[in-house]
Write a protein that binds this ligand. Structure first.
Ligand code: SF4
Ligand code: SF4
Length: 191
């Protein structure tokens, strides 16, 4: 586990909502009960430093039907779907897929912090359209401009900089034009 990842105590005593556990199991196609809390997913997650609930604890909360803490967590929105957790799970649980299903469920049930979530995804897509891949520093500036969350979210910056996660200039990639064409096609055909 990265040295700056702090495991917090999670409250498992609220009334369990088995319907929630069953729905996430069914939609993700994953057997959540196989998780035995080895912590590999949290240890391999590159975004753990920003999560309010580490991904292994999300799995434990899911097993015990704790709907609200899971669906109101910031972690499900900070997850970048990188699939490191899935690769490292000894029980072959597709943890990244579970996180994806949780984002859909949070939106469906009205738990998503919509304005911020939309602002984040719009900023992400703007960045990919312009640079062919995400330019993290530009994304952050765009997100702060859209939401006005300067002091609260900018505090993540100093944590990310030493890890080399924030470049000051966009990365140059091949095939940038092909990506721009995908966006054009999407806008024209509206699917
Ligand atoms: S998919 Fe999400 S939860 Fe899993 S390692 Fe990547 S960022 Fe972390
Ligand atoms: S790696 Fe798999 S078994 Fe280990 S805590 Fe994460 S989900 Fe559970």
């Amino acid at each position: 586990m990265p040295p700056d990842t702090v495991m917090q105590t999670v409250n498992l005593t609220d009334s369990p909502d088995r319907t929630f556990t069953n729905r996430i199991t069914e939609e993700s196609g994953q057997n959540l009960s196989l998780c035995y809390q080895c912590g590999n997913c949290t240890a391999s997650c590159p975004y753990s430093f920003g999560f309010d609930i580490p991904v292994s604890q999300i799995m434990r909360l899911l097993q015990t039907g704790q709907k609200e803490p899971v669906l109101t967590s910031s972690s499900i929105w900070l997850c970048a779907s990188c699939t490191s957790c899935t690769t490292r799970c000894p029980n072959n649980i597709d943890v990244a897929k579970v996180m994806d299903v949780l984002r859909h469920e949070a939106r469906r049930q009205g738990f998503a912090k919509e304005r911020r979530v939309k602002a984040f995804f719009d900023s992400f897509l703007d960045s990919v359209r312009r640079h062919g891949r995400v330019f993290e520093m530009g994304l952050m500036v765009n997100y702060i401009r859209k939401t006005g969350r300067f002091w609260t979210d900018l505090e993540l910056g100093p944590k990310m900089l030493p890890k080399g996660k924030l470049a000051f200039k966009p990365h140059q990639i091949q095939g940038k034009e092909a990506i721009a064409r995908i966006f054009e096609r999407f806008e024209k055909e509206g699917f």
